[in-house]
Design a protein around this ligand. Structure first.
Ligand SMILES: C[S@@+](CC[C@H](N)C(=O)[O-])C[C@H]1O[C@@H](n2cnc3c(N)ncnc32)[C@H](O)[C@@H]1O
Length: 193
């Protein structure tokens, strides 16, 4: 992304109202968190039960300091270095927005492979259109135990909605249900079928 696009993205983020997300729970058992670096939101909420995967060591280093109890792994989620059926559940917190559709599809198939029968994949993410070059969203995330994270995520804009992610989930062997549907973000819980 060029310097101009990055500057535009930062400006977009700063001028938008902050979206508030309360994470009351994360799925039980051994959980794989896809794209878990950056703020490490799910690792902070879930602690020792979470194995957080990220493509970039730099993103993991940033997050690991804040969630030392979780396990961390550098890997591209299109090819997870994990055994099939080895996780109870999976999560992705504002990671799909970083993936083009073809990558999302591969990541969903791979996530399904490592999930146990009946496991759930919880996805928090945002609505985006490619009308502008850059997209950004500002969040206040409330975690259990009165912890609050203030952050902003920005990417090259692409087409994404709860419906488009739901369709991809269906195509890759999940039964999705939209649990929360706000103007700027959504939570989908998808059951492995
Ligand atoms: C900026 S973070 C956003 C949120 C992050 N879950 C958190 O708690 O802050 C999105 C992460 O997804 C990661 N990511 C994107 N595509 C990925 C892929 N194919 N495999 C693994 N990680 C990926 C990025 O490296 C980035 O760290």
């Amino acid at each position: 992304m060029s310097f101009l696009s990055t500057a535009q993205m930062m400006f977009n983020a700063m001028t938008k109202p902050k979206q508030r997300i309360a994470i009351q729970e994360i799925p039980h058992g051994r959980v794989i968190d896809i794209g878990g670096g950056g703020e490490g939101v799910i690792a902070r909420a879930g602690g020792a039960g979470v194995v957080a995967i990220d493509k970039y060591m730099s993103e993991i280093q940033e997050a690991r300091e804040r969630a030392a109890d979780a396990s961390w792994m550098v890997a591209d989620a299109i090819e997870l270095p994990c055994q099939s059926h080895s996780f109870d559940n999976a999560t992705a917190f504002f990671s799909c927005m970083y993936m083009p559709s073809d990558v999302k599809e591969k990541v969903f198939r791979e996530t399904r492979r490592v999930l146990k029968e009946g496991g759930e994949f919880w996805i928090w993410d945002t609505y985006m259109t490619p009308k502008r070059k850059a997209f950004a969203i500002r969040l206040q995330v409330d975690l259990p135990g009165n912890h609050t994270i203030n952050t902003a995520y920005g990417v090259k804009a692409k087409d994404q909605s709860a419906a488009s992610i739901g369709r991809l989930l269906q195509d890759t062997g999940f039964e999705p249900e939209i649990i929360t549907n706000r103007k700027h973000w959504f939570l989908i819980k998808a059951k492995r079928v």
